[in-house]
Write a protein that binds this ligand. Structure first.
Ligand code: GDP
Ligand code: IMO
Ligand code: MG
Length: 453
């Protein structure tokens, strides 16, 4: 069977940890979209593993698959595999021959396009990994696929067609000087080498066939979504989104497993008990703001909101891992979660980070929105209208700081009563049972209610 892990909000909900938690019963862990824009954390045995491309099952020694829906930067993939090997893991990663390849010019163009868009407040605050430009080329039918790296003639043909177009775009439209990143011979040599390593290590597969065969043999496949529902290209806050489908439908088209196969399994929505956001665009339940990301924010919101935002940010470690930039934070947003639950058909929920909110006198939730005098319980389809939504809050009594390891060991009943009331509200509103509750970053810091496999 399959278990599909989907981010219910804006990314960084703790998907990696849940994949690791349930990964003991999985035989294969497959990513179905995104690329090295993801950063999934697994904390176990005194080690913190940060995974961008290698599926999080690697920490438990499970076979990892990057499905056709992923975009793969071979340079960062090999770097990550080598780093994990130094940490004592032995990642077994298979890559779909249908997956698209990120080339150096995609990263350059990602940066330029963000710069240009920022003049009109349209920049999403991308990770700069070339994700959008690579998916654009995939849809424009001018992409380079992993399978092409294995065949020198095809690789050269593809590059000779596309690279002059990219160079013209960079030089003639954006007026930048191009170098190696736009040079056919250079790209051919380096990507040919990647192809050789992929072939030598037997890393490429026909992913759909590979996964379907495993399932036919009675094995368990975990599908590891990256990003989250509200940054889905179709169902998110366009244009402040990523360029793929993190929602459950993406698990089918992004692996080649049929919807009937994925639909017979479970789909678990990963929920952070509050909101965090890296990037721009509206966020109705945001507390205070972050300059450069929150529209119109210049550090002048009220002192109480600032204090709360700083508290949650510090407790949750909501600072960028690379730049140290503060992340935007906000109260849980139920219209967002209702939308996510409907789009992906969650059969269970994992609610993480309830430990982060401990110690607050009260905890708020955006229960519904008001938009143009009407109350609504889900997100509108345009981002402009979403930006005008005013949350109607519900207030819950806070819960105390407790020994969370002891809670995780004892089980659901040991969770402080007010936190349970909060969890039960979320579960009732979404009509979906809570399968797991995260009370800290480590594998053992989770209250497990149900095991989906
Ligand atoms: P992902 O992208 O969804 O896999 O999430 P990230 O790894 O980017 O971010 C989640 C962060 O929160 C990581 O540092 C995790 O170790 C940590 N984390 C996950 N679950 C919990 C939890 O329940 N409580 C706390 N305090 N931290 C958690
Ligand atoms: P994980 O898998 C949080 C955001 C970026 C930006 C937008 C587009 O760790 O949850 P992109 O580089 O994808 O073109 O950027 O999406 N973003 C994420 N935010 N978690 C992620 O991944 C993200 N991946 C992309 O900040 O707003
Ligand atoms: Mg992350």
């Amino acid at each position: 069977m399959t278990v599909t892990i989907v981010g219910a909000q804006l990314g960084d909900e703790g998907k990696g940890g849940v994949v690791d938690l349930y990964g003991d019963a999985a035989d294969v862990v497959a990513r179905y979209q995104g690329g090295d824009n993801a950063g999934h954390t697994v904390v176990h045995g005194g080690e913190t593993y940060k995974l961008s491309l290698v599926p999080s099952g690697a920490v438990r020694g499970k076979v990892g698959v990057l499905g056709n829906g992923c975009v793969v930067n071979p340079a960062t993939l090999f770097e990550e595999i080598d780093t994990l090997r130094e940490k004592g893991l032995d990642p077994d990663v298979r890559i779909a021959r249908r997956a698209h390849v990120i080339l150096p010019y995609h990263r350059v163009l990602d940066g330029i396009e963000e710069d240009v868009k920022s003049d009109d407040d349209l920049a999403a605050g991308t990770t700069g990994r070339g994700i959008g430009p690579t998916y654009e080329d995939k849809m424009g039918r001018r992409g380079v696929r992993v399978g092409d790296l294995l065949d020198p003639d095809t690789l050269r043909d593809r590059l000779e067609y596309v690279v002059p177009q990219k160079r013209a775009l960079a030089e003639d439209v954006y007026g930048i000087e191009t170098g190696e990143a736009f040079d056919v011979d250079h790209l051919y040599d380096s990507y040919r080498e990647y192809g050789e390593r992929l072939a030598e290590e037997g890393m490429t597969v026909n992913a759909g066939e590979f996964l379907a065969d495993r399932i036919a043999d009675g094995e368990n496949v975990m599908m590891e979504g990256a990003q989250g529902t509200l940054i889905d290209i179709d169902h998110g806050i366009y244009p402040y989104v990523t360029s793929s489908n993190p929602t459950a439908g993406g698990a089918c088209v992004g692996t080649g497993l049929a919807p009937t196969t994925v639909g017979q399994g479970e789909v678990i929505g990963i929920v952070k008990a509050y909101l965090s956001r890296v990037g721009t665009g509206p966020l109705p339940t945001e507390l205070a703001g972050v300059e450069g990301q929150t529209p119109g924010y210049s550090g002048d919101s009220d002192a109480e909101a600032e204090e709360l935002a700083t508290y949650i940010r510090d407790e949750g470690g909501e600072y960028g891992t690379v730049t140290g930039r503060p992340r935007r934070v906000g109260w849980l947003d139920m219209p967002m979660l209702r939308h996510a639950a409907r789009v992906s058909g969650f059969t269970g929920l994992a609610v993480n980070h309830i430990d982060v909110l401990a110690g607050l006198d009260e905890v708020k939730v955006g229960h519904t929105y008001d938009l143009d005098g009407e109350e609504r319980d889900s997100v509108p389809a345009t981002t402009e209208r979403w930006g005008r939504c005013e949350p109607n809050y519900r207030t819950f009594d806070g819960w105390p700081e407790v020994d969370w390891s002891a809670v995780a060991a004892e089980g659901y009943g040991a969770i402080p009563e007010n936190a349970r009331a909060y969890l039960e509200y979320v579960s009732d509103e979404l009509d979906t049972p809570v399968y797991a509750v995260g009370v800290g970053p480590g594998r053992d810091d989770t209250v497990v209610v149900e095991r989906p496999f």
